[in-house]
Structures are given as structure tokens and as C-alpha cells.
Design a protein around this ligand. Sequence first.
Ligand SMILES: Cc1cc2nc3c(=O)[nH]c(=O)nc-3n(C[C@H](O)[C@H](O)[C@H](O)COP(=O)(O)OP(=O)(O)OC[C@H]3O[C@@H](n4cnc5c(N)ncnc54)[C@H](O)[C@@H]3O)c2cc1C
Length: 394
Amino acid sequence: MRVAVAGAGLGGLCLAQGLTRAGVDVQVFERDDALHGRRQGYRLHVDARAGLALEKCLPPRLFGLFLATTGRPGTKVTVLNKRLAVLHETPTGPARDPDDPATLSASADRGILREILAAGLEERTHYGHELAGFEQDPEGVTLGFADGSTGRADLLVGADGVGSAVRRGLLPEARQVDTGVRIIYGKTPLDDATRRLIPPALHSGFTAIVGGRVGLATGLVEFRHPPAGFAPEVRLSPVGDYLMWAVSARQDRLPLPAPADATALYAVACRAIRSWHPALRALLAAASVEETFLVRVRIARRVPAWKPSRVTLLGDAIHAMSPARGSGANTALMDAANLCEAMTGGGNPIAQIGAYEESMRGYGFAAVEASTQAEAATAHPFRQWLRDRAGRWA
Ligand SMILES: Cc1cc2nc3c(=O)[nH]c(=O)nc-3n(C[C@H](O)[C@H](O)[C@H](O)COP(=O)(O)OP(=O)(O)OC[C@H]3O[C@@H](n4cnc5c(N)ncnc54)[C@H](O)[C@@H]3O)c2cc1C
């Protein structure tokens, strides 16, 4: 069986690892010219969905490397106001074993995770190959690339993210909507001086700071082991500890510059919190300005069941969601493991794909809904905070 995967993102690479491990001939076609061809984010919250999926798909040495390079788990999620008064704290539960994938709740660096996922797939991953379309026939699928070249496979998986070309061909009626929320992401590297700037509440894990109609989220990434050189056989970038921050608001509250380059976006983020606590302003002032980037939040509308075929989808390509709940990557990795199991479990592959799609639609769109609610809480944090208080008092 020859499987073609469009997209070398988190889900596509995870699937390719699992299929390779099972002895399936898989080729990955990626639009970008290189693994790090584009800024895509820094910190990811990974939970048991990611842990169990990666354990299933990665060879054991790479899975061990993934766990070893996660960040130290946080102890609570804290909501603060812009003067740093604590509004709400949610403990993350009893201390967990950071090496147990079934209870994983940690941060991971996206770039490092992608380097681990790409390790060993060098011969099978074709960068600079943008899939433009496909055609199915009874014997297989013909792939058409943007440069005019073609390819052939028995099955095609669209792991090509929110703007998926595979989804456009397979399910032209599927819709993504722009929620109107804009998020400016940035990164402040940690050294002795910047560590001293971090207010105590931000040390305990993920933090949401509410200020009128603007929100600031922060997450520390303190690696359990510095990634570079940890496993000499896999080249990992020399990423040090950092604080990820994200300034979010509806677009009318966060006027964006044109061009929205890193320097201009950084200035907008600093302006949005200019009257906030000096410690927060100091953390943004110490950021790596050139690493600032923008996310326009787009989410998928639920799609009714479709007839299974030789072409299927995973991750953001079918159920794109807001980053608000930290679920998109976890769900994409879970899809990859489930689809890998379906493709390698024996039986009629199209029937197996149908069973995967049926279950994926259930948990995938449930995750979209949960993240949409979380995003509403981010866009209207004070209203949500009041609602939570009312709920607790009720
Ligand atoms: C800033 C930010 C923070 C986030 N934080 C979290 C978090 O903490 N936890 C969490 O679970 N989720 C998080 N998410 C969501 C998560 O990143 C996505 O849900 C996840 O990356 C989806 O994985 P994927 O493999 O489906 O798609 P992607 O990772 O987007 O990969 C798609 C790949 O396909 C390629 N591609 C696109 N079109 C084509 C084409 N036509 N042909 C070939 N290749 C193509 C792209 O270049 C890309 O490499 C966050 C998202 C953002 C933006």
C-alpha cells in the first residue's frame, strides 16, 4: 500500500512515523521549502491525547526524546487582572509522572517536536511540494502539484492544515470561519535578568491576564533537559527556556499595522498593555522582537458525514479550532494515531477509513466547540470571570 500525506505538520509527520513503523510505503509532500520555513508558534500544551498518540507512532527512542524535551509541568492555571491581583486559581491536580504519556500535561516546543517527528523521515519527506489537487479512480489517486508535476498513491491523507487543498477537493461544502479574534504571539527568552522580571503567579504554569477587552496569556517553557545535544543522533535546535506570551482581542480592539511585520506587531502588542502592571510591560520589553507573529483565528464548521473513499483528512484540515484551549495539536496527533491504526489493522482500507472518519468527526468537532467556548472567554474575559464566579456561588 502506498500512502501519500499532504503536509509535514504535526499530524502528517506523526502519521508518517506510525506508517513507517508498520512497514507501509508513505511519502509526505510539504508546501514549505524546509521544516522551519515559516513561523508557526512556540509553546504547545500537550496532554494525554498527544502522549498516547506519539507513543503509538514514534519509534521508542524518539518517543523518549519527546518526553525528555517537554517543559516542566505547571502546578496551576491562574487568572489575574492587569494589576496582577489573582482572580482565580485552578490547581492542575496531584503531581504527575512526566514520563507517563497517559497522564501527560506539559508544554512542548513546536519546533523541537517537529524536529523529533521529522527524524528518520528525511528520504520520505518532499519539501517545496505543494499539493494543488487530486483525482480518484477505482485503482488509486493521482496527485497534482502546484509546479505541474504529478504523483500516484493508493490512499491520500490531507494533513495540510486550515487552508487544506485536499479538503477543498474532497468536501467543497466544508467551511472555515474567521472568528474576528486576533492574537499576537511573542517570546521572551529567559536568562538571569528576565527570570527576575517574572511575577510569582506566572511561575506556576499557564496564566490568563484580563484587562477590559484585551487578554494576555503567558506560558513558561522550562525544558526538563536542554534539547540541543541531548540525543546526538537527532539534530535538535539549541532552544533555551522562554516565556511565551499572547496578546489577544477582537480585531476592532487590536488595530493591525500594514505591513504586519514582526516589529510593527510587537509595537501593537506593547501598546495594547501600556497601562498594565510594570512587570508585564517589562516582560514584553525584553522579548525577541523578530519572533513576534500574528494569528487570525479560524474555526471549522461541523461537516455532516460523507462517503468514505481513498482520500481522507486529519487535524486542522478538517476540524480547525481556536488555539484558546490548547487542543488542536493534541487532536491532530490523536487523529494521526487513529488513522494509522485504521490503515494498518487489516481489512478493507476504505471501510477502515470510514470507521476512523466517523469517530474523528465526533471528538474532533467536540474539540472545536470546546475551544470556541474557551475563545469567547478570552475575548470577553471579564464577563467569563463573572460567569465563573456566579457558577461557583450558585
Ligand atoms: C500560535 C498557536 C498556538 C497553539 N497552541 C496550541 C497548544 O498549546 N496546544 C494544541 O493542542 N494546539 C495548539 N495550537 C493548534 C495547533 O498548532 C494546530 O491545531 C496543529 O498544528 C494542527 O496540526 P496539523 O498537522 O493538522 O496542521 P499543521 O501543523 O498546520 O500542518 C499543516 C502542514 O501542511 C502544510 N501545507 C499546507 N497546505 C499544503 C499543501 N497544499 N500541500 C502540501 N503541504 C501543505 C503546511 O505548510 C503545514 O506544514 C496552536 C496554534 C497556534 C497557531
